[in-house]
Design a protein around this ligand. Sequence first.
Ligand code: AHR
Length: 330
Amino acid sequence: MTRSRTLRIALLFAASAALAACSGASATPSQKVYTAKDLTVGFIQTGSESGWRAANTSSFKETASQLGVNLKFYDAQNKLENQVSAFRNFIQDSSVNVIVLAALDVTGYDDVLKAAKDAGKIVILEDRRINADSSMYYTYIGSDFDLEGQKGEAAMCDLLKNQTSKNVVEISGAVGASAAIDRAKGFREKSDACGIKITATQTGNWGVPESKAVMEGFLKNSKDIQGVYAHNDEEAIGAIQAIKEAGLVPGKDIQVVGFDATADGFKYLITGELGADIECNPLLAPQVYEAAVKALNGETMPKWVPSNEGQFFASQGASALQDILKTRKY
Ligand code: AHR
């Protein structure tokens, strides 16, 4: 091969390499960065059992419209079978890229979690944890209910500190719900340290009427009750109604501790009938949608993002509590 031909071929390779470099053909094609507007979220809510739940639902609907998230909302009417079928429908729905679950129970979702994983759907747990391997969902955004229970126990110990007899009855949340399981566990971790004796427990299913009936039953069985440990504000309110109808004074004859710190709960803190209200944050949608966008963009997150929560006491005084209530969103 002549020198000039070799030179021509070398120049040809050099030119084609330069051309490829300029066209970027060898560079990675630019990756799309997803935003909230790319989200179509299938949200499986428990139902509408409490003021907390209403605030949780509003958080998802209002934040979705603010961010431009396409939200497909499903109310399971507090039936696990409805949550499972909704899960299957969202898996079949090709437009849904993220499924969000507020789990009624800690078990019962294994098959649909596997089906979602096989279908490449992102799953995020909000509000309630479940007994599933963390590889089956992207992350869990919700409260540390065990810690909440420990706060409730400390509050009850303080409310009963001058009592010799410290018999406490428990009105628990819905059977199988992680919030009920863990609040019960948290309360029992140190309760005997201050002499508390849990003399009865029964579910009030998160509602006022059922909890009032449960408390009426407790009072029929024993007048030697010093405290009521109720797993949410509605249950505490039901207990307070029963205590008053029995001719006793809540906050004086019997101390009551509740959870959620909703506006209704605050009303009873302000009157002194509710001794303590342990906050449970329902305004989780911003964090959930942010996590969903991270998931779409292939980012990793911790498997649990615990909520930041406080607690409120009748002993803070009516005017201070009224001022706090004015600042709250639910
Ligand atoms: O999971 C949170 C609990 O669920 C709230 O304490 C209760 O009000 C709701 O039903």
